[in-house]
Design a protein around this ligand. Sequence first.
Ligand code: ADP
Ligand code: ASP
Ligand code: MG
Length: 400
Amino acid sequence: MVQKYGGTSVGDADRIRAVAEHVARTRRAGHDVVVVVSAMGRTTDDLIRLAGEVSSSPSPREYDMLVSVGERITAPLVCMALGDFGVPAVSFTGSQAGIITTPEHSRAKIIEVRGDRVREALAEGKVAVVAGFQGVSTERNVTTLGRGASDTTAVALAAALGASMCEIYTDVTGVFSADPRVVPNAKRLARVSFDEMLEISATGGRVLMLRSVEFARRHHVTLHVRSSFTWEPGTIVTEEDPTMEQAVVTAVTHDISEAKITVAGVVDRPGVAGRLFRALATKSINVDMIVQNISSHGTTDISFTLPRLDLKTGVEVCNELANELGASGVSSDDAIGRVSVIGAGMKTHPGVTAAMFETLAREDINIEMISTSTIRISCVVREEDVERAVRSLHDAFELG
Ligand code: ADP
Ligand code: ASP
Ligand code: MG
């Protein structure tokens, strides 16, 4: 059994003792346990802020050496607490646990999980407690895997060790029909398919990091998202059950971490979009929604969304290319938000798009961009309208 505990779940000494007690209980039930921990409370945010205070552009290597420390504090503390419950335990850094990654700092990807020392610890009857969020690169540097990536560490270990289940303990009782902090009557979902969970995570439902869900689906790891405060059963994330009728709409999500760039008046000829988006990709910028208008007089406007953290670089890239693309201007907007409705049943059920647009219209919320997949519809709106949009859609689709 792999159990991952998020930041709030290990936020102070009492919480760490409560977690250790639960791990001891799981062991008594006959499981070998691997624990993956996050940094305590807001430690990671504090470390990131410190880095920003001493340097305007910290070296990526030193940045990862610093921000990976949070998890390395939690792991030995959990082991010490386990000792008091009579459970032998040993802590490992990501590197010691054999989490081998690509070299790009802050967004490294896992290439391989060796896990030898974790297996040895289990064979000796110990609980292995692994610092999440980090690994070691093929160039032997400490790397981190992106915000929220302790989820990914846990799923990767579960896959590598052939665990029967990966439990993700957090501060809510499961995956909800919307963020329960925004929609008070949001409902806990007993079961979610990987396809739906991928869309939920990709569109702002941060309860599971997107990459951890991709990993779980690829390696057939069933996830159980649940609360470390109440310990009640939560949400099972697994393969779709073909015998079950699919809900038309399962969840409404929102995301206010993106910004929009518009490159106006670019010449309308083959190769222009390729040139622009290649330049952005070279800077590792993940572009999301893209809209291109019909051209008039041989020119067109291209708008796209990207993470706010990458906005400055994105604008620089566009400005550098503006001349070559014949663009008349580059503008940016970081006060946007995205609302999405997700549901596997939408594939075979017309009218969801219309119902979404009508609901937003009734709230007098203007839609700036639209994108869809077979099981999702997303709209970009003003940031200040996002929460109202989420609540009205949640009501309109009767998800409460
Ligand atoms: P952890 O530190 O345990 O990893 P996170 O803060 O990363 O916890 O994720 C849990 C949070 O995700 C919840 O507190 C909740 O506010 C937020 N959240 C957003 N959307 C959802 C959703 N659809 N269901 C459950 N939680 C959600
Ligand atoms: N501590 C890291 C973060 O805050 C990783 C995690 O919590 O999953 O992003
Ligand atoms: Mg998280």
